[in-house]
Design a protein around this ligand. Structure first.
Ligand SMILES: Nc1ncnc2c1ncn2[C@@H]1O[C@H](COP(=O)(O)OP(=O)(O)OP(=O)(O)O)[C@@H](O)[C@H]1O
Length: 251
């Protein structure tokens, strides 16, 4: 069943054409990778998927609803982990997750139980009562992951999921995302990191200059070389320069 559908979407900021005829669909059970270089239009697309901006033209449907028609309904059924989002500096993780629970109209006992579960899963239990301002960037990222999943959404939109996390936690989060998607949910991961896309995604769409230029299923390996080869084939020199060094030297 299709849970995200983006049909011929365009969005410009003044003279910059950020999204330029974007087309894709994501099904339940998929961990879909939205892979593109800096400035490809990934964040703009996520903002449209969450109803924060209205496309200039084209249509978007998330769980059967146009997110700009009913952003609150969309956000109640969707988990969002924004790029470089950080929790409020003046709250502790426990207070913030309680706050998210209230906004999402969740039972406080359920939220308290989920808070413990996420704190254990990501290893921030000893920081539950510490103000975010006193947490490291990686610890704040863990709290942001917890808030995206606390209401057990059917669709989760994540911008650069593993940013700032240490390798052990990266592995735990990868495993969790795979399990979460397989449990009849959909996880949409936006990233410029080929390694991340290759290691977790069941399917990848390569985004260049505001549109998807290639799509590949990844579960059974690629027929036309590595994902890096496919990526480089479709991304111009400027995009290739933006790749993390580890990805450039890996082929
Ligand atoms: N508010 C804005 N005003 C003007 N231009 C913008 C704005 N937001 C984004 N852009 C431009 O739109 C294009 C797409 O940006 P977007 O943030 O969607 O890319 P991205 O793929 O998420 O990049 P990155 O991987 O660097 O986060 C870029 O050229 C960017 O400079």
């Amino acid at each position: 069943m299709t849970v995200i559908r983006v049909d011929d979407v365009y969005k410009s900021y003044g003279t910059v054409q950020a999204v330029d005829g974007m087309d894709f669909a994501v099904e339940r059970g998929e961990l879909f990778g939205f892979l593109g270089p800096n400035g490809a239009g990934k964040t703009t697309t996520i903002r449209a998927l969450t109803g924060q901006i209205r496309p200039d033209s084209g249509t978007i449907s998330v769980l059967g609803t146009d997110p700009t028609d009913d952003p609150l309904e969309t956000r109640s059924r969707v988990g969002i982990l924004p790029e470089q989002g950080s929790p409020p500096s003046f709250l502790t993780p426990r207070e913030y997750l309680e706050f998210v629970g209230i906004v999402r109209d969740l039972d406080p006992e359920f939220v308290a139980e989920r808070t413990e579960l996420w704190a254990d899963r990501l290893g921030f239990r000893n920081k539950l009562e510490t103000l975010h301002t006193d947490l490291s960037r990686g610890q704040q990222q863990k709290v942001m992951i917890a808030q995206a999943f606390v209401h057990e959404p059917e669709v989760v939109l994540i911008d650069e999921p593993l940013a700032n996390l240490d390798p052990l936690v990266q592995e735990q989060v990868k495993r969790f995302l795979l399990e979460y998607a397989a449990d009849d949910n959909a996880v949409f991961v936006s990233t410029h990191n080929i390694g991340v896309a290759e290691s977790i995604c069941s399917r990848v769409g390569i985004v260049v200059d505001g549109e998807i230029v290639a799509e590949r299923p990844l579960e059974e390996g690629l027929e036309d070389g590595s994902l890096l080869d496919v990526f480089l084939e479709h991304v111009d020199e400027a995009g290739a320069r933006d790749l993390p060094v580890a990805d450039r030297v890996q082929s």
